[in-house]
Design a protein around this ligand. Structure first.
Ligand code: BEZ
Length: 238
């Protein structure tokens, strides 16, 4: 697979198969992305164990793990620290840290040890302008077929917005399920974009009165999908 090389760092891209690797994690060995076939998975990196921003992120992500699981999405973390550092850090989080109402937080998802930086380099997580010894805060959203669907990168100094990560997972699945696109700041229940005729040939067919659409111009049409329909589809709940 062709990848863009910058400073000898491979940069996987949206629409490509997620690069495969085997790794040791806090939950045993994993074979990525093969063992996640059929699930969405978020592979994310953090700069270092025992650091404050990363701790706030892990506590938040672990607290939301069930919410992601309900959306058929698993979580996999990575840093270039070793396994014993990971284990000690996660134990400290569980036993000692109380933060923003979160306490006794157990991180049950796998955290990859990557002391050789092999995986981090494969995924473009080492960005030397920011740090050549730590991974940046990268987030890869991989679909059930193992294809990368969204990539986010944050610098060392900025913790991620986990509501946004959840919004992305819901939006990607809803866009697939309803063959639509999501406008700026879309949230479940907001109008969605019907692709114009000529792009996917969808809007024209739908303008025959079968579906109610609002068109701002010929290239910009939306329709309603209520929140319950979106969430029922994504969460597969009655
Ligand atoms: C942090 O998580 O607090 C952090 C990690 C690496 C560099 C700066 C901050």
């Amino acid at each position: 697979m062709e990848t863009l090389q910058q400073n000898n760092v491979a940069m996987p891209r949206i629409g490509e198969k997620a690069p495969s690797f085997k790794a040791v994690t806090t939950q045993g060995e994993i074979n990525f992305p093969e063992q996640y076939a059929g699930s969405w998975v978020i592979l994310f990196s953090h700069p270092a164990d025992f650091t404050p921003v990363c701790t706030s992120e892990f506590m938040t992500f672990a607290s939301m793990e069930q919410q992601f699981a309900d959306a058929n999405c698993k979580l996999v973390g990575l840093s270039v620290d070793g396994l014993y550092s990971h284990i000690a850090w996660l134990r400290t989080i569980k036993e000692k840290i109380e933060y923003k109402g979160m306490k006794n937080v157990e991180v049950k998802f796998p955290l990859i040890e990557d002391i050789t930086m092999e995986v981090a380099k494969k995924y473009g997580m080492i960005q030397p302008g920011e740090s050549s010894t730590k991974a940046v805060r990268a987030v890869f959203f991989v679909d059930p077929k193992g294809v990368i669907r969204t990539i986010l990168y944050y610098p060392l100094s900025l913790g991620r917005n986990f509501d946004e990560l959840y919004r992305v997972i819901i939006a990607l699945q809803a866009a697939d399920a309803f063959s639509v696109a999501m406008p700026a700041d879309w949230r479940p229940g907001d109008d969605v974009i019907v692709p114009p005729a000529g792009s996917c040939g969808v809007a024209k067919d739908r303008m025959d009165g079968k579906e109610e659409m609002k068109c701002y111009d010929w290239f910009f049409c939306t329709k309603k999908i209520d929140k319950e329909t979106v969430m029922k589809t994504v969460l597969k709940k009655k």
